[in-house]
Design a protein around this ligand. Structure first.
Ligand code: 13P
Length: 246
């Protein structure tokens, strides 16, 4: 069965003193030991956070480039993360796609390179409001997933994060039914286009205005294997979200 997975995506937030506060509530928890917990940290704080995180919480970067090194000013590579003991990276977040113009192709190249280098990847997909309203949700998430599938050899070290763009930072959470519907269709896509084992084992987590208030109902849905949490991951509520699965 799939281990419940809760990621906290801090985005571009935090000072050392704020981070100390986050680490304090992660330490006091208590965090359900049946849940895999990962925090996504701004690159400049990765080593600082790694030095103070409790053992039951792992750590992710929020972006890496598609090659190991070279003349790419401003970028960091999977090799650099591994050199610093950072095992995870979040790739293809909608903010990377929509604010920084990352294409399906670039996201897929980054995912493939990160996996080949030895990182574990939280790969994000999700439709915009106008795409949902036009009835194109499936087409968009399948296209984003296929772009990645075409470039990677194994899904073993990938967690898929379904994050509808209209739900991110808006307070408009997808209903459990809306999220479940897409997760189920994605699992079906994996079964038809990859294989049954991947369909049954890959974790598909939901992101977009997850709170301590709505996490429990979302966690009841059979194809929702956890969450990627933005704003609420900066607050003690995050502990309740980690523990939402009954
Ligand atoms: P919010 O939880 O703030 O809506 O952000 C979701 C998200 O983008 C997580 O990656």
């Amino acid at each position: 069965s799939r281990k419940f997975f809760v990621g906290g995506n801090w985005k571009m937030n935090g000072t050392k003193s704020e981070i100390d506060g986050i680490v304090a509530f992660l330490k006091s928890g208590p965090l359900d030991t049946n849940v895999e917990v990962v925090v996504g940290v701004p690159s400049i704080y990765l080593t600082y956070v790694k030095g103070i995180l409790p053992d039951n919480v792992s750590i992710a970067a929020q972006n890496t480039y598609k090659v190991a090194k070279g003349a790419f000013t401003g970028e960091i590579s999977p090799a650099m993360l591994l050199d610093n003991g950072i095992p995870w990276v979040i790739l293809g977040h909608s903010e990377r796609r929509n604010v920084f113009g990352e294409t399906d192709e670039l996201v897929a190249e980054k995912v493939a390179h990160a996996l080949e280098a030895g990182l574990k990847v939280i790969a994000c997909i999700g439709e915009k409001l106008e795409e949902r309203e036009a009835g194109n949700t499936e087409e968009v998430v399948f296209r984003q997933t296929k772009a990645i599938a075409d470039k990677i050899k194994s899904w073993d070290n990938v967690v898929v994060a379904y994050e509808p763009v209209w739900a991110i930072g808006t307070g408009k959470t997808a209903t459990p039914q809306q999220a479940q519907e897409v997760h189920e269709k994605l699992r079906d896509w994996f079964s038809k286009n990859i294989n049954q084992t991947v369909a049954e084992t890959v974790r598909i987590i939901y992101g977009g205005s997850v709170t301590a208030g709505n996490a429990k109902d979302l966690a009841k849905e059979k194809d929702i294997d956890g969450f990627l949490v933005g704003g609420a991951s900066l607050k003690p509520d995050f502990v309740q979200i980690v523990n939402a699965k009954q």
